[in-house]
Design a protein around this ligand. Structure first.
Ligand SMILES: *[C@@H]1O[C@H](CO)[C@@H](O)[C@H](O)[C@H]1NC(C)=O
Ligand SMILES: *[C@@H]1O[C@H](CO)[C@@H](O)[C@H](O)[C@H]1NC(C)=O
Ligand SMILES: *[C@@H]1O[C@H](CO)[C@@H](O)[C@H](O)[C@H]1NC(C)=O
Ligand SMILES: *[C@@H]1O[C@H](CO)[C@@H](O)[C@H](O)[C@H]1NC(C)=O
Ligand SMILES: *[C@@H]1O[C@H](CO)[C@@H](O)[C@H](O)[C@H]1NC(C)=O
Length: 824
């Protein structure tokens, strides 16, 4: 007889076996991450899903895999997922489950850093601002209200991953998860409560039973079994607090973030590779690049104050997803070289021998197999070294570099010898229709606020973010001052003390000044004004530009005019204190609330023809249409000439803009020496230019033929200068040493159309300024042309043979090529 009961039982057995049998166990010891019994070294890179679009994800993941990564790391962004308490959003580029599934499909692992405090130069460090307003709450400490919310959100994220079978034990990609974030850096001011809190974090995380290890970064007292990990530019000196824990570098900063008014950071490929190689030399097991793709702070997601919309970070994939060469390729070769030693590195004892005060030979040897793998480092910042390892050979180790020796006797990589091509990108305007955009404009209606009418009153100056709950950058503060004809002074100075970040002041409907501090901190606005007899209206518009994201108690740092004081100072220093006046308030702009930026609603707006007078108009909306640029190259908006504001394409935010904020003029130099310890203001660029001129428009924001661009401009600019452009590789250069291979590649279907320079011999200089050296094979150019012209990519073995010379070439020979990429 057919027995339903036993069939169900069998199904249960089969299904549980399926999940069990396809699951991966993840364990570790001090030498390896052990996945399904396999001892692994892991290369990982940070890609934050909301800093690109879901349409960009597959390409970014593919390039990460091609770059030799095993895993992708991301934070989880609480403020985006829970914009209002218990109202969740996991749509579009917030669909982190889909992001993880795509990573899994590509055959890569996931490191999930939940936080849910994330820092990340993200608005308010990833905390939703409503959390700040919960009665009795204190952030990141032993506080019941806070811990409840943190636990609820963390549990929700973990359960979503479990339901989608995303943990490794379920057959999914997540091999490691993180709770909290860099708490050790700021813990001391929280006192004993901080210690109680971090212990609670560990217990709470453990109780979620995810089956893979938990980590805490920058937490030297991490409660077991949390693994503490290191963030920084170099972590080779780091030791975990448990000798059984693997040594992990959760954030290897490949560059740096940028603030409005700052220069472009640059960390060389040589120095990043040096940091990684040294980390593995001294027992590293996992290295994660922060960032691998930095991307864009769309909307109002940038942290602060004053983090720019671009979060490029000088990462191996640039803001738009292009390969940032030579960084991407140089690291790719590094990964392949270290992987040659994976078996030995994860199962051997290490021994270091100091050959001199700056040269160290590290040997990993496996007594059972007899396998050896070596690192030879030179940490001197200026002196190269030639090291004789006797039977194992002689090696030239440039200053500040690490040589990797497969079998301890064959150089497979040196961090300072870059063979990868350099790509020089240019912006192009390739649609005639987009050359002269035709603009209309509309007023931001301010009649209500200029007349002092708000929606709420208080006899004090309120803190901004708590009052706006950050639904807008803007808060209006308005008050009336009555002047009695006989006694009061009329010519006075208005003094406003504000906590920032930007202030626009109006008196009796007239703009009297705008101000901000260079770093987004507190400042004092002081302007002479003339009051009339009768009632005068003072209107102050305060704007935040990214909420603070880091430091002990950073969440309590006030914004806006908060307490002021606000004074009128007359002759003889007779002062009227307006701080406790009746102040009227209004959150946001009228145009914002009516969605002027959304083409659907903006049809109701009275758009006026653009005239010369419209240039430099403050507090105005501008609108135009443009054609989608053909091809596949990334699209950018050139906002040079604009002041400060926010831009939308087809209703989707491409972020705040502030091109009038110019980067300082000091400390940029043509040359950048990779040698010596990196810090964020070494090798900066873009001096004296807008700190951010170009703004990414993801292609998935564009459609059909006509696209609508709408801007809100706060301080005045010239929209006539705006253009839509694409970014493409124009010049590519390579300089590779004897014995290696020179690979050149265009992108976007372009081909190599011209060889501008080619020399096999001892050429000098760098991309853009190569020169022939003392000797040079005369037909180099012809041979390179033959190999490369008309192709999307080409590769040339750098040997005497390739250049048809047989008499022993010097091992110091090299090949330098500069080529041009063009449309087919
Ligand atoms: C090599 O030198 C470094 C720094 O000078 C020192 O910390 C280390 O202990 C030395 N190693 C050996 C094996 O002598
Ligand atoms: C007003 O105060 C300022 C600053 O405190 C001082 O420099 C100035 O001399 C004062 N003027 C008078 C007229 O007292
Ligand atoms: C002005 O008023 C504010 C709020 O009432 C007060 O905190 C501040 O001390 C006053 N300033 C002076 C100089 O009295
Ligand atoms: C200029 O760069 C040097 C190091 O490269 C740094 O020490 C210094 O602080 C920088 N100066 C400024 C103004 O950024
Ligand atoms: C080189 O170009 C060919 C097409 O000409 C393409 O199929 C191939 O994928 C390219 N290889 C690389 C490494 O880009």
């Amino acid at each position: 007889m057919f027995n339903l009961g036993s069939l169900v039982l069998w199904l249960v057995v089969i299904l549980s076996c399926l999940s069990f049998c396809t699951g991966n166990s993840v364990t570790y010891d001090s030498n390896a991450i052990i996945i399904n019994g396999k001892r692994r070294i892991i290369f990982s890179g940070s890609i934050h899903y909301p800093r690109s679009t879901d349409a960009m994800w597959p390409d970014l993941i593919k390039k990460a895999k091609d770059g030799g990564l095993d895993a992708i790391e991301t934070y989880i962004f609480w403020d985006r997922h829970e914009p209002q308490r218990q109202k969740y959003d996991f749509s579009g580029n917030l669909d982190f489950i889909k992001f993880f599934q795509l990573i899994h499909d590509a055959g890569l692992y996931v490191l999930m850093r939940i936080g849910p405090y994330v820092c990340a130069e993200w608005n308010y460090g990833g905390f939703p601002v409503w959390l700040h307003n919960m009665p009795g709450i204190e952030f990141r400490t032993d506080n019941k209200v806070y811990k409840n919310e943190m636990q609820t959100f963390t549990t929700k994220i973990v359960n979503m991953c479990k339901q989608a079978n995303l943990f490794a034990t379920q057959g999914g990609p997540i091999i490691i998860a993180q709770i909290e974030n860099e708490y050790g850096n700021v813990m001391t001011p929280y006192g004993d409560a901080g210690k109680t809190y971090i212990n609670w974090c560990a217990q709470m995380a453990e109780s979620l039973n995810i089956g893979v290890p938990w980590i805490m970064c920058q937490q030297s007292d991490a409660p077991q079994p949390m693994i503490n990990t290191c963030n920084g530019f170099y972590c080779d000196n780091f030791t975990p607090n448990n000798p059984k824990s693997p040594k992990m570098f959760t954030e290897n900063w490949v560059g740096w973030f940028k603030k409005w008014g700052e220069k472009d950071p640059h960390r060389t490929a040589e120095d990043v590779a040096f940091s990684v190689a040294k980390f593995f030399q001294f027992g590293g097991v996992l290295n994660n690049y922060y960032m691998y793709h930095g991307g864009t702070n769309f909307g109002r997601t940038s942290g602060g104050p004053f983090i720019t919309t671009s979060y490029d970070y000088d990462a191996p994939l640039d803001e738009y997803g292009n390969l940032n060469q030579p960084k991407w390729g140089h690291l790719r070769q590094l990964h392949a070289s270290i992987k040659l030693g994976e078996k030995i590195l994860t199962s051997s004892t290490r021994s270091d021998r100091n050959i001199s005060s700056s040269v160290t030979l590290t040997t990993f040897s496996n007594p059972t197999t007899g396998g050896r793998f070596c690192f030879l480092s030179n940490t001197d910042a200026s002196n190269d070294a030639t090291i004789d390892l006797e039977a194992d050979g002689t090696y030239f180790v440039p200053a500040w570099s690490v040589t990797i020796l497969d079998g301890c006797n064959k150089e497979v990589y040196n961090t300072a010898k870059v063979n990868t091509q350099t790509s020089v990108f240019v912006k192009e305007q390739n649609e005639k229709e987009n050359a002269q955009l035709s603009w209309t404009w509309a007023r931001e209606h301010m009649r209500d606020t200029l007349l002092g009418t708000g929606t709420f009153k208080a006899n004090q100056l309120l803190e901004q973010k708590g009052f706006t709950v950050d639904v807008s950058d803007y808060l209006w503060y308005m008050t009336n001052v009555d002047i009695d004809q006989t006694s009061s002074p009329r010519d006075v100075t208005l003094q406003v003390n504000t906590k920032g970040h930007v202030l626009h002041a109006f008196v009796n409907r007239r703009h009297i000044g705008s101000e901000w501090a260079n770093n987004g901190q507190s400042f004092v606005l002081e302007k002479p004004i003339s009051l009339k007899s009768g009632t005068n209206t003072i209107t102050l518009l305060s704007a935040t530009v990214g909420l603070k994201n880091y430091d002990a108690f950073y969440d309590m740092v006030p914004t806006g005019i908060d307490g002021g004081p606000v004074y009128l100072i007359g002759s003889g220093n007779v002062t009227t204190n307006l701080s406790s006046n009746s102040w009227s308030y209004k959150v946001g702009l009228n145009g914002e609330m009516k969605q002027f930026y959304n083409p659907t609603f903006s049809s109701k707006v009275k758009w006026r023809p653009f005239e010369h007078k419209s240039i430099r108009r403050r507090m105005a909306w501008f609108k135009t249409n443009f054609k989608i640029p053909s091809g596949v190259d990334p699209v950018v908006l050139d906002l040079q000439g604009m002041g400060k504001g926010h831009a939308w394409v087809n209703g989707q935010s491409i972020g705040r803009f502030w091109p009038s904020f110019i980067a300082g003029n000091d400390n940029c130099s043509e040359t950048c020496d990779y040698r010596g310890a990196y810090e964020s203001n070494k090798c900066v660029g873009n001096c004296g230019n807008p700190s951010q001129r170009w703004y990414h428009i993801p292609r998935s924001f564009l459609s059909g033929d006509t696209n609508t661009l709408i801007l809100f401009e706060e301080i005045g600019g010239n929209p006539k200068q705006i253009s839509v452009q694409t970014i493409t590789i124009q010049t590519i250069c390579g300089h590779a040493n004897e014995g290696s291979t020179l690979e050149l590649s265009c992108q976007g279907g372009r081909i190599i159309s011209e060889i501008q320079f080619a020399s096999y011999g001892n050429p000098e200089g760098k991309c853009g300024s190569f020169k022939h050296g003392l000797w040079n094979v005369v037909n180099t150019l012809l041979l390179v042309e033959k190999a490369c012209i008309g192709k999307e990519n080409c590769s040339i073995d750098v040997t005497g043979e390739s250049f048809e010379i047989s008499d022993a070439t010097s091992s110091l020979a090299s090949l330098a090529v500069q080529a041009l990429c063009s449309k087919k």
